[in-house]
Design a protein around this ligand. Sequence first.
Ligand code: NDP
Length: 486
Amino acid sequence: MVVQHRNYVGGEWVSVSAAREVVNPATGAVIATVAESSAADVAAAVRAARDAFDSGPWRTATAQARGRLLFEMARIVREHAADLAHLETRNCGKPIVESEMDVQDAATCLEYYGGLATKIHGETLPVPDNALNLTLKEPVGVVGLIVPWNYPLLLAMWKLGPALSAGCTVVLKPAEQTPLSMLEFARLVHEHLPELPPGVLNVVTGDGPVAGRALVESMEVDQVAFTGGTETGREVLHGVARSNLKKVSLELGGKSPNIFFSDCDLDAATDGALFGVFINQGEVCSAGSRVLVQRTIAAEFLARMREKTARIRLGDPLDRATKMGPVVSREHMERVLAAIERGRAEARLVAGGGRAAALPAGCFVEPTIFESDNAAWIAREEIFGPVVTVIPFDDEADAIRIANDTPYGLAAAVWSRDIFRCLRVVKAVRAGIVWVNTMQPCYVESPWGGYKQSGHGREMSLQGQDEFLETKQVHINLSEAPLAWY
Ligand code: NDP
């Protein structure tokens, strides 16, 4: 049965005039239709969020009440975790085991920010004795949340948790390909959490250049928090500049180096190299898509990577034994395959290189390994699929030079038994997240975000909540003496 979804606006389900189909990338089947929102449909959601912020009970709700609502949301997510994970996998193709972890992480994120709601506070500042100077932390207001398709529910919660905890009201736009888990989250909240005032949470679906742009350029939105590609991020900044100069945070792309020195444990390291890039079909902003290997071990390293890659199980993402599902859509599969073709012109193909022939109905791409230097196009461009380039290096200085030779700066990892070398690399690499002898662990307690063209601001952690708060300075004159200036 094809389920028909509507927008969630002002606490109600609202129909719009156009619809779009949502496809299961593992089978090609249409599994739902969702609203194809126009700019006017988005404006209606913004109005609901504006009213809820300006005159609704949310603004005067206590921090404890906001925190409790977030804990309730987390409880609802955990209670419906199996259904949410199943829906996520059917919509975006990620292996069910990974969707289950995402859903638990989504609940943990809501709990973390539920707890933080009561820890928002300003400071008193050491001004001269005849005055009292302090800061108040206040919610930014109405925020537009725009999320991509690779971790649809989890990345939505990374933004929703801190925004609601701070006291903002939100309009969230999921990616056009993967709106279902967020719509289901809204349905569950609507059904089980009547205490949430209408208009605090709004969800609009639709196309980025129409619905996303309408949010970005709305004069009534106070902030946009965006996760997506670097070029789209540039568009978002233009839109913000064209409209009301709203606050903006950007979590963008990457081409992260995963660096292996010759003294690393080869077995653990090659597992780390593959996990670092092929988890979630390589559709990960922090994917270790450049594997830098010290030249003395490069041949052995590549041989082991190739041998382990041949064992990666591609297939039905609902099967618990599957390690890699389809990429998100036919269009994206064509893009990844075209990138692989272009890669073949400059780089040596070591493994994979095409569509998985045994799975013709779905958007399955073989895990693909190239070897080249860092100048090759395939080593520089974010492919956002199961494609990795192995790049040999000579020594520590060479590794650091190559690692930093990219416009991106989201993440990096370094593997060696020499902790002093690891720490030198940690300090030298220009990236927002650096792992040592591992890659990809991610915790809500710790900040996430990039240097250089990987974005502005940080998500998660205390800093992630600060993104949704304004700081107001309050200065109180304590002196009874007149100013006597004129
Ligand atoms: P896109 O940039 O294509 O889309 C991201 C979101 O922006 C989608 O909701 C999209 O809508 C919307 N959008 C598209 N155009 C506009 C526009 N002009 N104005 C406003 N919104 C718009 O990215 P993908 O969905 O393809 O996601 C992949 C990218 O996300 C990769 O580059 C990846 O690195 C990055 N990413 C970064 C993360 C980080 O934390 N740094 C985490 C995860 C991903 P629609 O899809 O409906 O068109």
